[in-house]
Design a protein around this ligand. Structure first.
Ligand code: PEP
Length: 256
């Protein structure tokens, strides 16, 4: 599995349901809990359902090995922000983490690195792990700018007090999300190595080594083992393939 030379952090496989799922989808959580029983795993498992299901999913996963996360939070703890949800509210609903800076939020809602950093800090204040997403577009990759873009996003989005306990980085090339395309293992290895190095500079070597760096973008049961074996890949952030327990378990089992 992932090797960063100093003892890799425990992997995390997190499912991002995005704007998918109703009460009927809770059956997938029941199925997943059942499938995980008796499986020896070397990774943590998380599901990030839509906020409407967070409480219900938490009721179902209480006695299982599944933790939950939110998909976004407001930077403020409370207030006049109609339609928004704070990190503390996510925690109150049972979440232990929240995704911030997903490329769909950056694109659909114009979120800047500074916005993402403020949200990550809000997550920390609420006692949640911030899963900070970064990744280049296809144009940026074609222009040879992937590492530069990722460096800039990391520098701008990462709170100064980020540690391996309160922060996870998810490298998600925008062009690989939901497209069935993935970078080559060599390309992923190069970006993850670069992120590890930059983390050392930004938060110090100790925290940088302990921080999990997930890969996200068209991870499927068929490619999970290969992707998760890449150096400095400490797990996956999974979109589409996390919606069905039968697919998600196929990815999780890359760590069995
Ligand atoms: C995502 O949106 O975080 C993601 C990785 O999506 P998918 O797995 O569907 O590409």
């Amino acid at each position: 599995m992932a090797e960063n030379g100093k003892g890799a952090p425990k992997a995390l496989v997190a499912g991002n349901w995005k704007m998918n799922g109703t009460k009927a989808s809770l059956k997938e959580i029941r199925l997943l809990s059942g499938m995980l029983k008796g499986v020896r795993l070397k990774c943590d498992v998380m599901v990030c359902p839509p906020a409407t299901l967070l409480g219900k999913v938490n009721d179902l996963v209480k006695s299982s090995r599944i933790s939950t996360g939110g998909q976004d939070c407001h930077a403020a703890p409370s207030g006049a922000h109609t339609g928004d949800i704070s990190a503390a509210m996510m925690g109150d609903a049972g979440a232990s983490a929240v995704i911030v800076g997903h490329s769909e939020r950056r694109a659909d809602h114009g979120e800047s690195n500074a916005d993402v950093k403020a949200k990550a800090e809000a997550a920390h204040r609420a006692g949640l792990t911030a899963i900070i997403c970064i990744g280049e577009t296809l144009e940026e990759r074609k222009a040879g700018a992937a590492l530069r873009v990722v460096s800039g996003q990391l520098k701008g989005s990462l709170p100064a007090k980020a540690t391996g306990d309160n922060t996870v980085i998810a490298y998600e090339p925008v062009w690989a999300i939901g497209t069935g395309l993935t970078p080559t293992p060599q390309e992923i290895a190069a970006v993850h190595k670069h992120i590890r190095k930059r983390l050392g500079v930004l938060v110090g070597e100790k925290h940088g080594e302990a921080m999990r760096i997930l890969y996200g973008g068209s991870v499927k049961p068929g490619n999970a083992a290969e992707l998760m074996a890449i150096d400095n890949v400490d797990g996956a952030l999974v979109g589409g393939a996390s919606l069905k327990a039968a697919d998600f378990i196929g990815i999780i089992k890359a760590y069995s």
